[in-house]
Design a protein around this ligand. Sequence first.
Ligand SMILES: *Cc1c(COP(=O)(O)O)cnc(C)c1O
Length: 413
Amino acid sequence: MTNYRDQHVLIPESDLEGMSVDTLAVRAGQIRTGELEHSDAIFPTSSFVYASAAQAAARFGGEEPGNIYSRFTNPTVQAFEARLAAMEGGERCVATSSGMSAILATCMALLTSGDHVICSRGVFGTTNVLFQKYLSRFGVDTSFVKLTDQDEWEAAVRPETRMIFIETPSNPLCEVADMEKLAALARRSNVLFVVDNCFCTPVLQRPLEQGADIIIHSATKYLDGQGRCVGGAVVGPAKLMEEVYGFLRSAGPTMSPFNAWVFQKGLETLPIRMRAHCDNALELAKWLQSQETVEEVYYAGLASHPQHELAKKQQTGFGGVLSFRVKGGRKEAWAFIDATRMISITANLGDVKTTITHPATTTHGRLSDEDKEQAGITENLIRISVGIEAVSDLRTDLQRGFEVLENHRQGNV
Ligand SMILES: *Cc1c(COP(=O)(O)O)cnc(C)c1O
C-alpha cells in the first residue's frame, strides 16, 4: 500500500498497535495537513497536480507514489480506509461506492468463469440477485445453503468451488453462522471465506480473527449510522486487496471523498452507538417476548435463540436488528406497522432512528414463495432495526401496534 501520507499522518500506525477498537475508531488513519486542523480534512478534488512534467511522468509510471486521480486514490478515502482496516484488524481496506459494489468488486477481482460460489440462503436480497442473475451470466455458478447447517456447506463443495460467502447474523431472523467451522472448511477446500460484517461491524465481531479471508461492508448502515450516504468497503490481506483495488481503479465504483468523510466521522461514534443499539434491542426483544399477540421473537441475545451460546462466543454484543412474528398474517403485520407513529416505516437499517419493515413485501419481496418459506420470511414477520431513542418511548410507540392487534383479536376490526 502506498504510504505517501506518512508525512501527514497524525499518529503513526505503530503508536496505535494493540489499542482497542474504541480508540482506533477515533484515532486511526487521520491525516493532518499543514493547516494543523484538529478535525479530519476533506479533499473533494477529482485530480491532483504535479510540480513538474517529470514528476507527472514518475507518478504515472509508478516510480513515485502519490495521488493522480480520485478514481485511483484520494486522501479522504484513504483516511477512511486506514481507519476501518485498523478496526477490523485487516492489512488493507478498499472503499467502494456502495455495499453492492464491494461485493461485485470482490467477485470480479477474485473469481473467473467456471468458478463456483457457495452462499448462505437469506443473504441481503440484492446480493442474491447479483449472484443468481448477473454473475451466472459470466460463468460463475452459485449454490445456496442453510447458514447454520454445516453438513449442507460440506456437501456443497465442488472441485471448482472458489468462495464461501455468508452474512452473520442473518437478516431478518438473526441466525448465527459458526465462523470457526466454516473457516476450517474453507481452508481444507482451499477456497476464500468472505463475511459480510454489516450487521455486527468490527465493534461487535472481527471475522478476520475467526478465520475469514475477506470482510464486506455496506457502510450505508451502521458505519454511517445516520442514514446520510451510500458506500461500502472490502477488508483483507494486502495481496487480495490489491486485486480488488485494481478492479475498482479500472471499473470505477469507488467512494466519493465527501461520502468517505461522512463515514470517517461516523466511525468515531460507532462503538458507543453499537452499544446503545445492542442495549435497546435486547430490552425490546425481552419486552416483545412477553406480549400476548407475539408468536416468536428472533434475537441472538435471547437465551431462547438457538445460537445464543455461539453468538456469545463470536460476538461481543448481539446487534441492533431483531424480528418477530405477530399472531395473524399480512393484515395484522401491516396494521401493527401502520399503528406506529414515531418509528420510521423504511427498509433501511443501522440508523440511530428506529425503523420497522415487513420483509415479505419489501426487502425479501422478490424471493419466490418457496425461497421465502425456506428463509422463514412469513407474512406475519416484522423486522425492527432498533435505534438509539429512549427504549421507553419505543415501547410506547410499539404499544400502539399491540392495541390494534388486541382489537383484531377481539374481532373489533
Ligand atoms: C444493505 C446491505 C448490503 C448492500 O449495501 P448497499 O450499500 O445498499 O449497496 C449488503 N449486505 C448487507 C447485509 C446489507 O444490509
